[in-house]
Design a protein around this ligand. Structure first.
Ligand SMILES: Cc1cc2nc3c(=O)[nH]c(=O)nc-3n(C[C@H](O)[C@H](O)[C@H](O)COP(=O)(O)O)c2cc1C
Length: 189
């Protein structure tokens, strides 16, 4: 099959579609949907999110230096899409979507109860790259719904039913539940 060359673009598929909650003095708590996210370090655990400076959430995260990455399941689809298409300048997204804020342990931003996994993050560095500013943050606390995890802290992916976003196609997808293998199997581990 022949290859077709496309224009340079961010065609990394699939990506998570997470709901990032944030709060700062003088602002109401807000939620922004983010797909430009990645793990960037293991010890300490760190991730990055990239946000356009015109977003309402950008002002809040720039000011507070803190946020919560709330991972999504298939059942969070409508809320994730709303938070990714409406601004906190015009809506109180917690109220509008009847989402439940829970006080976090380490940061000012609330966790979203309806999301299965919540990562409390504290910004360590930020880099303005062009269209987006990348916030590199330490994961300071992690929460997961009790029924989704075993005694070895291993999450149950079949029950988690992660929601993903496919750039290019602009589609949300789920059903990533088919187990195909285990880490290291090709290396005989
Ligand atoms: C699936 C999806 C992924 C998105 N990813 C990002 C992202 O990584 N960075 C960003 O700045 N905006 C992203 N957006 C757009 C923002 O979520 C959107 O502009 C939102 O309304 C901003 O809300 P705010 O003004 O309350 O901060 C995404 C939207 C969707 C639907």
């Amino acid at each position: 099959m022949s290859k077709v060359q496309l224009t340079p673009q961010t065609l990394l598929i699939p990506l998570p579609a997470v709901m990032v909650s944030c709060q700062a003095e003088g602002y109401k708590p807000n939620i922004i949907t983010i797909s430009w996210i990645g793990i960037v370090n293991s010890e300490p655990p760190m991730l990055s999110i990239s946000i356009q400076p015109k977003r309402y959430s950008y002002e809040i995260i720039k000011k507070s230096g803190q946020f919560v990455v709330n991972l999504t399941s298939e059942h969070n689809l409508q809320a994730a899409d709303f938070c990714g298409n409406r601004s906190g300048r015009d809506y109180d997204k917690f109220k509008e979507l009847k989402l439940t804020p829970i006080k976090a342990k380490m940061v000012s931003a609330p966790l979203i109860k309806e999301c299965p996994i919540n990562l409390e993050c504290i910004t360590r560095q930020s880099l303005l790259l062009g269209s987006h500013e990348m916030f590199i943050a330490e994961i300071a606390a992690v929460h997961i719904n009790g029924e989704l995890v075993d005694e070895n802290e291993r999450p149950n992916i079949d029950m988690l039913k992660p929601l993903v976003y496919c750039t290019g196609a602009r589609e949300y997808r789920g059903g990533l539940i088919k187990l195909l293998g285990r880490y290291g199997q090709a290396a005989g581990k």
